[in-house]
Every structure is written in C-alpha cells, then in structure tokens.
Write a protein that binds this ligand. Structure first.
Ligand SMILES: [Cu+2]
Length: 385
C-alpha cells in the first residue's frame, strides 16, 4: 500500500477462518515501531494505549494511529509474529509463521507500506488526543462468577460448550441473565488443538481477567469494551457485561469458523422480568418494527447529513439508558446529548431496581419452552479439566 508521510488511522480486522495473529510493524532495519492503539471491538478507548504489537483472533477489531512521517521514502512491513514462541507447537494454526518455524507458509507476512515523500493533505495530522472517550459505560463491578462455560473438543470433529453443542436443540439455552443485570462469566479452555475466540452477541463486555496461560490480560484488551475474547489452550478469562438493553434469545459462540460450523455455539435468554432496572417505555426488541426495516437507498442516503440524522434518531431512543426519565415522545436528542446522557452509573441502576414499575409492553419469556428447570441447571455443568 502506498502511503504519504503522515498519520493514518488504520482499522485492523481479522477475517481468517481460524488463525490468530500477533500484528506488528517494522522498519527496513527490522526494528518494531510503537504505535497508539485507540479503539477495539466496541469503540474508542478512554485514552490511547501504546504497544508495538497486537494479538488478534478472527472477528476481533482494533484501531491504531500510525505516523509514517519519520519513514518518508522508506518501506515498512506489517508482520505476524504469532507462532514463533511456545505456541508454535500448536500445529493447526501456528506452523510456518516465521522465526525458527518459518518455511511452511508465508503467514508471517501481512503487508508492506511504501512511504512516499510528499503530503497531499495535512488535515487531521495533529497529536492523538489523550482523552478519546470519557463516556465508556463500564459494567457494574462484581467478582462473583455467575456462569462458567467450558469450551472443549467433544470428539469426532464435534465442539462443545459445557458438553453441549448447538445441534442439541433441547439444551441450547445455557444461560438466562435477567434483563438489565450485570453478570460475570468465566470462559475456559482446558487445552487441546486450536484456539477459541469467544464471541457474545447483544452485549459489550469488559475483560476483567485472563489466567492459565503465559500472557495474562493484555493492556489493550482491558482499555475498552469488547465482544470477543481469545482463549488459547489452558486459558480462562472473566468477562463482565450488562445484559440489555433488549430482551430475547441471543447467541454466544466460538468465532473460529471451523468450530462454529461444528456446533460450538449456545444461546442465552435475556428475560424481561420487571423490576430489574429497565423502566422501558418503548420496546425495541422487534426486528420487524417498521422503524428499523431496511429501505431502498436513495441518492443522498450516505450523505453526512443523512448519516447524522439516522444516528441521532437511534441515539434518541435511549436504548441503553437504565431509566426512561429523559426519554419520551418528541425527544430530540442530538448525538452529542446522547453521548453525555447515556452513561448511567451503577448507583443509578441499583436505585432503579426498587422503583421500576411494570409496563404493558413487558413480556416474560421464561415460560416459552426455552426455560425448563432442567436446562436452568445446565448453568453449573462443568467437565473436568
Ligand atoms: Cu473454538
């Protein structure tokens, strides 16, 4: 890729089926260059995190700002270092990545940047702000594990979660967090072939802890909210999320496509019990709601005005607010307003538990056939490491 000697904001997105990466950028002399990481799966960090590499698995996203200015007229190479350490012994994904094990493939090489010598546009080339997003809504903190999920090889190319696979229609729903509550989940991979990038739908989670392997929790993993956490063999991670704003059934699964296609997937049912902190006045759970249906693109559909207008409309729904005190008909929240008013502290959520009132639109979905007592017990099923 040809680039100018200035700053670029790069979005990295791993789209491999199974392979995780450790992405780095090095100069012609082979020196790795530091760069600020500014965002991950679910948005901007509070402030940048400096690193000279990022470990990433399928589906994970990170954004960096890279300054090519010091390298005018030179080349820089983006490489992949995953597999040059002890993890190179895991054959399915790591062989041939470079270093001592190079030769079986070219997966150590990602891309090259050819840096020019002149700049055609010097806008947006200033310092990376130290304050990126002061409004991240971190989940209410708890150390009590609500659910434990073991990701395992069940034999015969079958991949399971707590011993179940998604083909088992009677045991697909492995968790039932109540809408609006925070749960700490422990996800574990005792060991075996391959890796498991665990992806949870609906929520943005905080990775609180990673144990069992050699790397621990990486600084950029805990700097923002995520929806994927990578488990290498022997690792456990704790992820904390607020289960809302919508009720209904959602997936969680391994994002290693081969595992996912072999049924390493489960569901959780976010119930709509009242009194749980969501004084919802507008049920947003219906995907066929006319407000959210796809419409044919018009000539101006992607104009900045149209995009701003759509974002303002969605922000004005206040879907992530725990109270509805600032919503209501005629709400004309702007994007800026929503950014300021959406974050709700744990104390607010807690206090609302006592005062939330039932409204006509609430549906209690526990007794719809997905929530038998037998499956309720599945929560605590664990298999030996
Ligand atoms: Cu997997």
């Amino acid at each position: 890729m040809s680039v100018e000697p200035r700053k670029y904001r790069l979005r990295l997105f791993i789209m491999s089926l199974s392979r995780p990466y450790e992405v780095y950028i090095e100069d012609d002399a082979g020196n790795r260059v530091d760069f600020p990481i500014i965002a991950s799966d679910c948005g901007l960090f509070t402030s940048p995190v400096t690193s000279n590499s990022i470990q990433m698995a399928p589906g994970e996203r990170y954004e960096i700002v890279f300054d090519f200015a010091p390298y005018a007229g030179q080349n820089l190479t983006m490489g992949n270092n995953m597999g040059t350490g002890p993890e190179g012994e895991i054959p399915e994904y790591f062989h041939g990545h470079g270093g001592a094990s190079a030769g079986a493939g070219n997966t150590s090489k990602v891309m090259q940047f050819n840096v020019g010598t002149s700049i055609s546009d010097s806008s947006n080339n200033g310092d990376v702000p130290q304050s990126l997003n002061p409004n991240i809504v971190w989940p209410e903190q708890t150390t009590e594990v609500a659910q434990t999920f073991n990701f395992e090889n069940g034999g015969d190319a079958r991949w399971t979660i707590n011993g179940f696979d998604y083909d088992d229609v009677n045991n697909r729903v492995l968790a039932r967090p109540q809408q609006g509550t925070t749960e700490l989940w422990e996800v574990k991979y005792a060991g075996g072939p391959g890796v498991h990038p665990i992806h949870v739908h609906l929520v943005s989670f905080q990775i609180v802890e990673r144990t069992g392997g050699s790397r621990g929790l990486l600084p950029y993993e805990s700097a923002g909210l995520k929806d994927i956490v990578l488990l290498e063999p022997g690792e456990s991670a704790k992820i904390l999320a607020n289960y809302g704003p919508w009720n209904g059934l959602y997936m969680f699964h391994c994002h290693n496509l081969i595992h996912e296609d072999n049924a390493m997937m489960a569901a959780f049912n976010v119930t709509a019990l009242d009194g749980m902190g969501y004084n919802v006045t507008d049920d947003l759970a219906d995907p066929a709601d006319s407000r959210f249906l796809a419409r044919p693109a018009q000539g101006n559909s992607y104009d900045e005005d149209q995009i701003s207008s759509t974002i303002s409309f969605l922000a004005g729904l206040h879907a992530y607010d725990a109270t509805s005190s600032d919503t209501g008909a005629g709400s004309t929240a702007t994007v800026a307003d929503a950014t300021v008013t959406s974050p709700v502290g744990a104390s607010t959520i807690t206090s609302t538990f006592a005062s939330a009132t039932r409204h006509a639109g609430h549906r209690e979905k526990v007794n719809t056939g997905y929530g038998s007592p037998r499956r309720q017990a599945v929560h605590s099923v664990q298999t030996p490491a």
